[in-house]
Design a protein around this ligand. Structure first.
Ligand SMILES: Nc1ncnc2c1ncn2[C@@H]1O[C@H](COP(=O)(O)OP(=O)(O)OP(=O)(O)O)[C@@H](O)[C@H]1O
Length: 569
């Protein structure tokens, strides 16, 4: 999809805006003629009524011109702001449809630059298109035509000015545009470093790493500043160069004009009019050059924005088609499933094979980086397996919509994300139609009543006004509110004390609507009562069974248990 399709709605502004600007340009072109008339027939002939009439005409033309400009600016503002808003909404909508694969591929920081900077650039280009794209070339051509009507040799001076001036501008532009691309990539880099440092500010402080981070920030900012200065050094040349050219050409007009006046072919007023036309021509050429820069920048912004708009998510988010009955003997089956992330060809899960029987609880344990979260993400269709088959309720996950899969699952991630708003708005994310009663019931199940006494309690960005354990309990309540059939807790009990951890697991076992639960944990005590345990190491299942069986049969499992017992003692 092209970004232009978002401008289609503003056809009226795109046609009428330039039309009004064109009228203003016509008024502007006729002004020097009245000036010549005022000088030659009014001032020189000392005819006061001509002076009054010419002044009045000039005033009227200026007022009409001003009105036209105002209308055009209004249309340009309406169209460009409307276009920008819609484009930004479309980008955000598209990003929310992206699967984890595209989010990994693009990286969150480039989303920010593309949604803000690039859309601004496109907005500016549209506003300029309305305001200047017809006016500037019209004024350039008009000035040359008017010069020819006054005097042919002067017309040729005007004609010659265009290629010389354009050549100088072209050289400057061709050097600045690539430098602008470098500036853009530096902005991306600065965004990444800044957002990383802001979100990790507490960790940075805890490790007394402020100086190191300041240096990193300074280095990236300096790089951006240098690239920017490098670019502006060239554009700064534009002003003195054009001023020099303008004065040289005016000197030429005065010199040739003087000869023509002395032989009676031109009058003083004509010379004033010609100088005015030349100033208009040069100003219009500078505008054209600026327009070229703006459009070149907008072109690269267009490519970056369209890259997002035209990316088809590997996993399409589709609405709920049917609710899974979950009546098969096995709720979930992994059949020889392997997976590697798009950024690397190395498998992080290899030949995973297990069944989750209806009505049972599954525990997954394993050291960090063993692939536990990846396995959970595959169940929810955030990524697709690179090999093997996943069956949910005896149906291939590939044949189910994301709506069907995710509707059945209540998921609490390792990092409990709480959004700014209220307790109620956070809970309702999981179930928009929830009543107050539903909210309180979910809060009770997740053991939140001791710190929540009002649904309208505010939640700060990232839930920073709650402790880590409270955030995890709120996230569990949010997952439980829709009464899902399968509950997945990905290391979501780790920030809780043993007593609360146990209380929540007992509640999960007691709730009738939960047919199966999957608990991922590094803490054996959180999973040892599970009906079936998977022990993962380096992407492979190294043992599976009940806690008792594993204690007898798996050395690896025994080692984990022993090391944790030592830690606890
Ligand atoms: N988005 C990603 N892109 C590329 N590699 C990834 C990505 N996420 C995880 N990995 C890699 O996949 C492997 C398994 O990671 P995963 O998060 O599944 O492990 P885990 O067992 O859940 O670890 P932990 O207990 O520390 O959360 C790791 O080697 C990790 O580096």
């Amino acid at each position: 999809m092209s970004v232009f399709s978002y401008a289609k709605k503003y056809k009226k502004q795109l046609i009428l805006g330039p039309a009004f600007k064109l009228m203003e340009a016509i008024f502007e072109l006729t002004l020097p003629l009245f000036m010549a008339y005022l000088i030659d027939s009014g001032i020189r002939e000392q005819n006061i009524s001509v002076v009054y009439a010419a002044t009045l005409y000039m005033l009227a033309l200026s007022i009409l011109g001003l009105l036209c400009v105002l209308v055009c600016q209004y249309y340009a503002a309406v169209a460009s702001q409307g276009f920008g808003t819609e484009l930004r909404l479309a980008i955000v909508k598209k990003i929310t449809q992206f699967s984890h694969t595209e989010i990994d591929e693009f990286g969150p920081d480039t989303f920010l630059t593309r949604t803000i900077n690039d859309v601004n650039q496109l907005q500016l280009a549209l506003a300029m298109l309305i305001r200047l794209v017809i006016r500037a070339p019209f004024l350039s051509i008009g000035s040359i035509v008017m010069a020819f009507t006054i005097n042919t040799s002067m017309g040729f001076i005007f004609l010659l000015t265009v290629p010389i001036f354009s050549f100088i501008l072209y050289i400057l532009m061709s050097k600045t545009v690539p430098k602008y691309q470098q500036v853009l990539s530096s902005i991306d880099e600065l965004n990444t470093v800044t957002s990383e440092q802001l979100t990790g500010v507490k960790v940075i402080r805890a490790f007394a790493n402020e100086k190191k981070m300041e240096d990193k920030s300074a280095k990236v900012s300096e790089k951006l500043a240098n690239r920017y200065i490098d670019m502006t050094k060239l554009s700064a040349l534009m002003s003195p160069l054009t001023l020099f050219m303008t004065n040289m050409i005016i000197a030429l007009i005065l010199w040739v004009g003087d000869i023509n006046v002395s032989v009676g072919q031109l009058q003083t007023g004509d010379i004033v009019a010609l100088i005015n036309y030349m100033l208009q021509l040069l100003a219009a050429l500078i505008v054209v050059a600026n327009l070229v820069t703006i459009f070149v920048r907008a072109f690269s912004a267009k490519k970056r924005v369209e890259e997002i708009l035209n990316t088809t998510p590997k996993v399409q988010t589709q609405p709920l088609d049917k609710v899974l009955p979950l009546e098969s003997e096995n709720t979930l089956s992994f059949q020889d499933v392997s997976f590697h992330y798009p950024s690397s060809s190395q498998d992080v899960l290899r030949k995973i094979q297990f069944d989750l029987k209806k009505g049972t609880q599954l525990g997954i344990v394993g050291p960090t980086g063993s692939g536990k979260t990846t396995l959970i993400e595959l169940i929810q269709k955030f990524y697709l397996p690179t090999d093997g088959t996943i069956l949910l309720d005896n149906m291939n996950l590939l044949d189910l919509t994301t709506g069907e899969v995710r509707e059945s699952i209540g998921y609490v991630s390792q990092k409990s994300v709480i959004f700014s708003g209220t307790i109620e708005s956070n809970l309702k994310m999981g179930f928009p139609n929830a009543t107050e009663k539903d909210c309180w019931r979910a809060l009770e199940w997740a053991d939140c009543l001791e710190f929540v006494d009002d649904l309208s309690m505010p939640t700060a960005e990232n839930g920073t006004n709650f402790s880590g354990g409270q955030r995890q309990r709120l996230a569990i309540a949010r997952a439980l509110i829709s009464q899902p059939s399968i509950m997945i807790l990905d290391d979501a009990l780790s920030a809780l004390d043993y007593k609360t951890d146990l209380a929540i697991r007992q509640t999960l076992a007691r709730l009738d609507f939960i047919k199966n639960s999957i608990i991922v944990s590094q803490r054996i005590s959180s999973v040892k009562e599970a009906d079936h345990l998977l022990v993962l190491n380096q992407g492979e299942i190294v043992a599976q069974g009940t806690h008792q069986n594993l204690m007898k049969q798996s050395k690896f499992y025994q080692q984990i248990v022993t090391s944790q017992e030592k830690e606890d003692n």
